[in-house]
Every structure is written in C-alpha cells, then in structure tokens.
Design a protein around this ligand. Structure first.
Ligand code: KIV
Length: 311
C-alpha cells in the first residue's frame, strides 16, 4: 500500500496536516501524560463534528441501542445494526481512532465466534479496534493474534445488567477491588490496547491507571484515568432522562432542536414558509406564454437567482 493513500493522510480545512490517531498513539499519549479525549458517536453528521473538534477516540457504542434506537438497555442491538452505524462513522472520521463496540451475544460463545464477529467490524465497517466487555483475556489474546486491536471494558459493564440486577457502581469492597485489578492486569497482559473503566470509585480507577502499562479511559471513574469518555447524547442533553452523577452537560441540544422545529411548524401553519425568495420561478417568456400575471421586474430578479444550481 502506498503511504500517500493511507486514510490518515491529508490536511484539515486550515491546512494543518492531520495525524491519524492509532492504538499505539494512545499508548504514547499515556507515556507522555497527555489526556485522551473520547466520545461515542453513531452517525455521519455527529461523527464529523466530533472528529473535527479534535476528539482522539470515537466509540460506536452499543449505547446506540438506547440513545438512538430507544431500547431500555443495550442488549437488543445486533452485529448487523452495529456494523451499519460503524460504516457511517467510518465515512465521517479522518483523525480519531474508530472503535466498534461488539454487542451482547456476539462474543459470548466460543472464542472463534468472537474473533469471526470482530473481524467483520474491521473488514466490513472499517473499525480500527473493537471493544468488548468483561474479563475475557482468552478472547483478547485471540483477537490480538488475529490483528484486531482491542479496547477492554471493566467495572460497570452494561451488557451484564441482568446479572448485576441494575446499573450499580462496581468494586466497592476489598475483594471486588482486588478482583477488578487482577482482571485489568490479565487483559493488559493478553494484549488489550486500552481499558475502559466504567462506574468504579475514583480511588480504584486511579490505582489501576497507575499500575497498568496501557491507557485507561474512564466514564464515571473519576479524573485520574488516562482519558475520559462520555456518551454523545448525554453531553448535549438528548437522552430524555436525568443525567447520571458523572455526566456534565455541555449543551442543551434538546431545547435548541425543539425550538427550531416548533418555529418551523408555526411558520408552515401561518404560511410564512417558504417565502417567494425561497421558491423557484418561471422566466418572463414562459410566464407570458402561459398567461401568468406577475410583476416582471421583481420576478426576473428572482429568476436570475434561479440560474444558480437548484440545490
Ligand atoms: O456503549 C457505550 O457507549 C459504552 C461507553 C459508555 C463506554 O460502552
């Protein structure tokens, strides 16, 4: 493959060269003490915005089952649905590392099935890594062997909601902390490139982050992780539910979108949209031939504007 055709090539709209974020680049950021920014995204438009805003890692999270598809939890989303969204994100992203989230059931059988499904994310959707939940060192080793970089995920793992009996902060007892630490080390030893730590006490995340050679990316795990990730819809208030303690709302898209849509509906109802300027017009000779009355001069200005491309 020619280096000039490498997808990370090119430059931004400001002419600054884009340096593609890769899994080894995340490890280098940890070494340099540079915080890793990560967000979920699920479609072309938001992924473009997230990428252009300089976020390092975009996770096409199975949280899309809830925030995009309206399910009560993440369990129902399928591999094909995840691939569909991952492809859309892939088309939008030039710089960030694109990680596909393997959905419930797609890696819970044999290791061979897990590897086969993970390969689909890379081959059919352009993911540069996959994320899997839970202490699955054997699978991580097999994926690494198969050249599929892995982001592991421990702590509150939403695909275990039925076993956990709800979404609860994890690792609050000495035994549970020691187990979580042992699992984290096993995943790093098996070849995981990064570890998402979700819903664990700050002290636990800090100590795992200090011990592990790979970057930790926290969500509800305090500020001492190597990076932070949030669900995009939480960040911009598009979830229709009170936010969890760890969420910071950076914008109120729900209010902005609702007001724009209400304004549009009102304009349609009072026939204020579209205006004459927002309409296409016939030329003077065609109007004349059809016997359509009009103020020629004003109309011709509008027709001339129509000489521009229609859309
Ligand atoms: O699916 C998801 O959005 C996630 C993040 C919360 C880490 O797994």
């Amino acid at each position: 493959m020619s280096l000039t055709s490498f997808p990370g090539g090119g430059s931004s709209s400001t002419g600054i060269p884009i340096t593609k974020v890769t899994m080894p680049a995340l490890a280098e950021m940890k070494r340099q003490g540079k915080p890793i920014s990560a967000l979920t995204a699920y479609d072309y438009a938001t992924s473009r915005l997230v990428d252009e805003a300089g976020i390092d890692m975009i996770l096409v999270g199975d949280s899309l089952a809830m925030v995009v598809m309206g399910h009560d939890n993440t369990l129902a989303v399928t591999v094909d649905e995840m691939l569909h969204h991952t492809r859309a994100v892939r088309r939008a992203v030039r710089r960030a590392l694109v990680v596909g989230d393997m959905p419930f059931g797609s890696y819970h059988g044999t290791v061979a099935q897990g590897v086969a499904n993970a390969v689909r994310f890379v081959k059919e959707a352009g993911a540069e890594a996959v994320k899997i939940e839970g202490p699955r060192a054997e699978l991580v080793e097999a994926l690494t062997e198969a050249e599929v970089p892995v982001v592991a995920h421990l702590g509150l793992t939403p695909q275990s909601v039925n076993r956990m009996g709800g979404y609860r902060v994890q690792a609050r007892t000495v035994d549970a902390v020691l187990r979580l630490k042992a699992d984290a080390h096993a995943l790093a030893d098996a070849g995981a490139g990064a570890l998402v730590l979700e819903g664990v006490p700050r002290e636990v995340a800090a100590s795992i982050t200090a011990e592990l050679p790979i970057p930790t990316v926290g969500i509800g795990a305090g500020p001492d992780c190597d990076g932070q990730i949030l669900v995009f819809h939480d960040l911009v208030n598009m979830t229709f539910a009170p936010p969890a303690k760890f969420v910071r709302r950076y914008a109120d898209a729900a209010t902005l979108f609702r007001s724009a849509v209400e304004h549009y509906r009102e304009d349609v109802e009072r026939r204020a949209f579209p205006s004459d300027q927002e309409s296409y017009h016939l030329s003077a000779p065609v109007r004349k031939a059809l016997g359509i009355e009009s103020d020629d001069e004003e109309m011709d200005t509008l027709v001339n504007k129509d000489a521009l491309p229609d859309f």
